[in-house]
Ligand binder design. Structure first.
Ligand code: BGP
Length: 464
């Protein structure tokens, strides 16, 4: 039996986001965001027509869920502050009721011995800014920095760890290239502009944090998806992986940690006439305001090969430089359609250690979404999710090895401690230690994995 010991103070916890757990709950004056709008326009785009109306009902049920999270061993919890709940309009009017809700949540977390980690943006653009172009519009960037200032002013006395954006690449990628997020646009040049303005918004939020003299730490959460090519001996495949890495990892990793964009990414954008509108002064803001730490969301690797024939596309798409492939016999999470490759976490750690100054980082999301978990209910009505324990252990072994080899990882968060709403996948896949019956929100229940995670968290260790 092997024991894996983690250092004292290692963060064990979980993450969710405002839109995915709170429910729309507009009674306090929350304004619509892109998810409310998209659902109104096209409910059929969401699995079984389930929209963001109720989600995990955290808005009403946060006290119970927070208590239950602590029982699962969650000692730190990241959620996001919903821009449209805190700021009511383009004039920046602050909604005191929205602020009051987040104060109550933070207090409840602290009362239960859970460290709150707050994220300023998790895919939730308010409609009043989307109407102006969202992050294609420079004014939205200033408005985001102003929103960040309001949040620091309110909460930084109680909250020591902050995040500017969760997975910033997702908005340009899924909203402006691959048609999975609102506004469902496919245009490489617009995607590049959105990506640049999101990076600028993140850097300006870091700048504001420092200007206001906040004493905690501010980071960014990236879905660093390690890219592997089919044949490392084939130079064309290596180049394909290099390009995919530039687009999907380094486009935010380099400016956030090193303060500058990779020259090869800029060159590709130039070749495709896709360089965003920018100003020298903005690049200086990005240069000066790098993050204190990184959050890493890891679910699956990216597997690429060189293109066998040119991409037919009217617009510039990153896929011009690579194709995806699925290796034979790879392990899959069939519910989600994602490959399971635990070593990816180790490779991420080594990359950060060797190429990004070994900046402190934590795993901000990892987890296994499983469909139809009802089939695993035992006689007592508990989900027997041994597969989730195995999934976590498999990842923690590699994380432990990375740390033993000098990687600067200080925590591990599960997505998500309780079942939550997964965007257009709605409640299809369940991730939690805590089961939520969407027909009976008032009675969340523990799954088998909850007690196991509690033991890991209490002892900072697990055994094989
Ligand atoms: C991450 C997001 C989360 C969450 C998670 C699980 O990329 O930050 O918001 O949703 O993925 O993925 P999904 O919900 O698509 O199953």
């Amino acid at each position: 039996m092997k024991e894996y010991q983690f250092k004292e103070g290692f963060l064990w916890g979980g993450a969710c986001s405002a839109v995915q757990c709170e429910g729309r709950s507009p009674e306090d004056g929350k304004q619509d965001n892109i998810w409310d709008q998209w659902y109104r326009e096209d409910p059929g785009a969401f699995y079984q027509g389930v929209g963001p109306e109720v989600t995990s009902d955290f808005y009403h049920n946060y006290e119970q869920l927070i208590k239950m999270m602590r029982e699962c061993g969650i000692t730190s919890f990241r959620t996001s502050l919903q821009w449209a709940r805190i700021i009511s309009d383009r004039d920046g009017t602050v909604n005191r009721k929205g602020i009051g809700f987040y104060h109550r949540v933070i207090d409840a977390l602290l009362d239960n011995g859970i460290e709150p980690i707050l994220c300023l943006n998790h895919f939730d653009m308010p409609m009043y800014w989307m109407e102006k172009g969202g992050f294609e519009c420079r004014e939205t960037v200033d408005a985001f920095a102003a929103f960040a200032r309001v949040c620091y002013g309110e909460f930084s006395g109680k909250v020591r760890r902050w995040v500017t954006f969760n997975e910033p690449v997702i908005t340009p990628e899924q909203g402006y290239l691959y048609l999975h997020h609102y506004p469902l646009v496919q245009d490489g040049r617009r995607a590049a502009q959105v990506a640049y303005y999101i990076q600028l918004a993140s850097s300006m939020a870091v700048e504001a944090y420092r200007q206001m003299g906040c004493s905690g730490q501010i980071g960014i959460v990236l879905n660093l998806t390690p890219t592997y090519c089919r044949n490392p001996e084939d130079e064309r495949d290596r180049k394909a992986a290099y390009a995919a890495d530039l687009f999907f990892n380094r486009s935010f990793l380099d400016p956030s940690v090193k303060g500058e964009y990779p020259a090869d990414l800029v060159r590709i954008l130039e070749e495709n006439q896709a360089v965003p509108v920018h100003m020298e002064q903005e690049l200086e803001t990005i240069r000066r305001n790098t993050v204190d730490y990184l959050g890493v969301n890891y679910y699956h690797p990216r597997r690429v090969v060189h293109r066998s024939r040119p991409l037919e596309s009217g617009t510039f798409m990153p896929d011009r430089y690579f194709e995806y492939y699925t290796p034979e016999n790879c392990r899959m999470n069939k519910s989600r359609g994602w490959e399971i490759y635990e070593k990816g976490l180790y490779d991420i750690g080594v990359n950060i250690r060797d190429h990004y100054g070994n900046i402190p980082w934590m795993v901000t999301e990892n987890g296994m979404g499983v469909q139809d978990e009802e089939q695993f209910l035992n006689e007592e009505g508990m989900v027997e999710d041994g597969y989730r324990v195995e999934f976590i252990k498999d990842h923690l072994r590699w994380l432990h090895k990375a740390i033993e080899e000098g990687c600067n990882c200080f925590g591990y968060h599960m997505w998500c401690p309780f079942d939550s709403w997964s965007w257009s996948n709605a409640y299809k896949n369940r991730y939690g230690f805590i089961r939520i019956d969407i027909n009976d929100h008032a009675r969340p229940s523990f799954k088998r994995s909850a007690a196991w995670f509690r033991r890991v968290s209490d002892g900072n260790r697990f055994t094989d």
